[in-house]
Design a protein around this ligand. Structure first.
Ligand code: PLP
Length: 383
């Protein structure tokens, strides 16, 4: 694991704290999710659900995950054989890659990528091959994606809506991934943690398209999600993976020796959340869209050109107009210059030049915090 030392988040959070800056670097909300979900967790603790839950996850959560997949996407999932509850999506990703890959296998990633992907590929002893999503549109280049696949490809990881770019992959792009996976007999690991954070003015009109709904995909896809983003409870670390029973069995075989189980009383609470009415889910996306517009407006006023995202709670900005060709240098200076912290995108890349001048801001914060951040960012213009 050499090369996987401290994450950038630790460095930027320390800088933000030292400068009294508003931390828009790390992507977690500063408000709690629905009260009924919080109450359900308290009830679960009070009613004694505090011991090891069953290895695959508590039955009501597995049932709620299957119901959720049917309700929103028309996917039929067997809660007993095809669902595994994990310690956040992060464990689902790690356990899937450890289960599926042998040393020498290759894993295709789209960069910039969520940093745990590269670490999990390394833990599995596999090799990553990446295709770059390039600013400002971050579209998938067919020739490059095709070139990333070889006869050693075991897994392709998809993440839509995509962290850190906020891109929502089109149906054509997803179909291309499925075609290439079929051609190379690869498994698709689809990280859909932002499945409910899509904006109505995006290309799909705010609708999420799970990879597993595409023709020929379900039999080779592990779909991963988690409660953290959807219910603003990132600290609960309740995630899940579903897919063909034999693949889920393989993931469970790994998981039983990593964490075995986790988040006992939070599991029934997440089941409550997944069964909430549609308006709760659309309301969250709507609220975030307003926050996106608020922060993007502030960044524009500060003389920057935000790359307005179609999903997630992240927005990317190019630091070059401020005289920063290196986003890391900008992020190191930003707390002092503007009293706001961000993270550099280049740390999510293998290609040192790709994304070099880009920085990422998170807008999953209270409106008053975003207004204050906006006021502070306006210093950049004056400067
Ligand atoms: C793309 C992506 N996948 C997974 C995760 C982690 O999810 P969890 O907190 O459920 O482990 C994150 C968190 O930021 C993420 O951005």
């Amino acid at each position: 694991m050499q090369g996987f030392g401290t994450t950038i988040f630790a460095e930027m959070t320390a800088l933000a704290d030292a400068a009294g800056a508003i931390n828009l670097g790390q992507g977690f909300p500063d408000t709690d999710g629905p009260t009924s979900v919080l109450d359900a967790a308290v009830d679960a603790i009070r009613s004694g659900r505090n011991q090891y839950p069953p290895g695959p996850g508590v039955p009501e959560l597995r049932a709620a995950i299957a119901e959720h997949q049917r309700r929103f996407y028309g996917l039929e999932v067997d809660p007993d054989r095809e669902v595994l509850v994990t310690v956040g999506a992060t464990e689902a990703i790690a356990a899937s890659l450890l289960a599926l890959c042998e040393p020498g296998d290759e894993v295709v990633l789209m960069e910039p990528y969520y940093d745990s992907y590269a670490a999990s590929v390394a833990l599995a002893g596999a090799t990553r091959r990446t295709v770059v999503l390039r600013a400002p549109d971050f579209r998938v280049d067919e020739a490059q994606l095709r070139a990333a696949f070889t006869d050693r490809t075991r897994v392709v990881v998809v993440n839509s809506p995509h962290n850190p770019t906020g891109t929502v992959l089109s149906r054509d792009e997803l179909e291309l991934v499925v075609r290439l996976a079929q051609e190379h007999d690869a498994i698709i690991v689809s990280d859909e943690v932002y499945e409910h954070l899509l904006f109505s003015d995006g290309p799909t009109g705010g609708r999420h398209v799970p990879v597993a709904t595409l023709p020929g995909a379900a039999e080779r896809t592990l779909t991963i999600s988690s409660a953290g983003k959807t219910f603003s409870v990132t600290g609960w670390k309740v995630g899940w993976v579903h897919g063909p029973a034999e693949l889920v069995d393989a993931v469970r075989a790994v998981k039983q020796f990593t964490t075995f189980v986790g988040s006992g009383p939070f599991q029934p609470a997440v089941a409550t959340g997944l069964r909430l009415p549609d308006e709760v889910f659309t309301g969250l996306a709507h609220q975030l869209q307003g926050k996106r517009d608020l922060l993007c407006g502030a960044l524009t006023d500060a003389g920057l050109s935000p790359m307005v995202p179609d999903g997630t709670y992240f927005v990317l900005v190019d630091g070059a107009p401020l005289g920063y060709e290196d986003g890391l240098a900008l992020c190191r200076d930003l707390p002092r210059l503007a009293g706001v912290a961000a993270v550099p995108v280049r740390v999510f890349h293998d290609d040192p030049e790709a994304g070099r001048s880009l920085v990422r801001f998170a807008f999953c914060k209270k409106d008053e915090v975003l207004h204050e951040a906006a006021a502070r960012l306006s210093r950049l213009r004056r400067g």
